[in-house]
Design a protein around this ligand. Sequence first.
Ligand code: MTE
Ligand code: MO
Length: 433
Amino acid sequence: SDYKEEPPRHPALAINSKEPFNAEPHRSALISSYVTPVEFFYKRNHGPIPIVDDVNKYSVSFTGLIDNQKELYMKDIWKLPKYIVTATLQCAGNRRTAMSKSRKVRGVGWDISAIGNAVWSGAKLADVLELIGIPKYSHVTPRGGKHVEFVSIDKCKEENGGPYKASIPLIQATNPEADVLLAYEMNGETLNRDHGYPLRVIVPGVIGARSVKWLDSINIIANECQGFFMQKDYKMFPPSVNWDNINWSSRRPQMDFPVQCAICSLEDVNTVKPGKSRPVSIKPKTLTWQVQYTCFVIGSTPGRVTNHKACAITVVLWLNRETVYQITIKGYAVSGGGRGIERVDVSIDGGKTWVEASKSQKSGMLYISDDESSDKWAWVLFETQADISQATEIIAKAVDIAANVQPENVEVIWNLRGILNTSWHRVHVRVGH
Ligand code: MTE
Ligand code: MO
């Protein structure tokens, strides 16, 4: 098959599809560090991983509505100023499995880890385009180019064996503040094959589908890319649209992703029990009433403690004890378009009451999300502790700096392709004996 020369992968990844290779880390591994290690970073492919043997011969061609067609080699890209951008990449299909449970959707199933936060380094696309003659902050080239199309060297069945491709508006591509990169490093190491060696696009704040890997050419075009993944996929439809009445051209390709968060320290259903989980305290539920009632029943007045009374009280306390478990609620929160996270609300009673979780990025705790020191394209990790003594539903929801909130239920954002499930993340805790 075409999948004979796939790169080695970490055995701890949960594989959602083998060919093409789609895999994600387990929840707890995902949030074990602010920067996701390369081997635990989700892998989302639509075909076999291409092989680039000779990086010196590898080049990116620039075509389309520009005056001079050009070819840039890696040495040309390496020569440009190197930028380091910490950005969260999230597949639009993240949390699709949960959406499909509400009503069946089409697409590769993902739990909550089709997302990762990496330190990308490379040249800014705005610098690269300037090098080929398109000035910074251009809306349109003299020949009418308004979009920048990225074409890969891989082969996907959705493109009938052709390459994966996507586009972004020229104004975003030529805006240095948008931080769009042609990245050749991930977490300080040469990009590996799975993630786009030797060169990939990183479009911060936008669904992962636009960050084209294994870049082959950049075309300046008048209208957005007409490829499958721009026109026949990765569009957000309303819940009323089904496979019989879908009109693909009625919707725009999804670009920025909305506010999202998920709890990674817990599974969908968790059981805490003595021996397995560590109780923080064992306390009686209704102490005074129980003691008085016990005294009354055994016919003596409180105060004079006899052996049989003490014994009876002990039995009552034992029968009425309540084991309290401390649970760590930890996860990620992120919003698209460079909108930082304002806060993360956590409920341990199914949404009746809420507490605000603490949030952190690389530089420690974050109090204000648009702090100068914060990574604007990156997730925040949130954390809070809860004391639990009975079965309950734990929920997390994030709010971004534009006060956008996550929808309460998946039904209201259900869409047939199962993209952008950003509904409140709910997990259940049961108390066992
Ligand atoms: N680029 C190419 N050439 N081929 C692909 O299949 N998948 C896209 C994007 N770029 C894809 C691609 C999708 S849908 C996502 S979510 C991200 O790459 C995943 O990037 P990763 O595998 O580095 O995590
Ligand atoms: Mo994706």
